[in-house]
Ligand binder design. Sequence first.
Ligand code: SF4
Ligand code: SF4
Length: 101
Amino acid sequence: MTQQKTYALPNTTTPGSNVIFNPAKCNGCNHCVEVCQCDVYIPNPVKGKPPVILHPDECWYCGCCVNDCPRPGAVYFNWPVQQRAYWMDKKTGKILRDSQT
Ligand code: SF4
Ligand code: SF4
């Protein structure tokens, strides 16, 4: 059987990113790649580096990749603009939804 090269190219028509990886904390374990049921990511060809975000527009923000990451702070959501609102209790000042979580 002959070997064929295949290429995976990120979607350039929608360059927005659903998440942001922190390369200083992510060790490229690829757990997030495995838990995503929408195949948003593929493993980085460079071992130890954060996964490649191949199809950010397929993400529906289920939370699995961020919540199941074994290394806190290695990946966090880059919420769409319309979902960045948060609410604050006027009396206590407590934020009821933090847009960065
Ligand atoms: S973001 Fe977390 S789960 Fe994903 S590769 Fe990095 S360390 Fe692993
Ligand atoms: S939030 Fe859900 S759908 Fe989006 S990339 Fe993470 S696991 Fe996949």
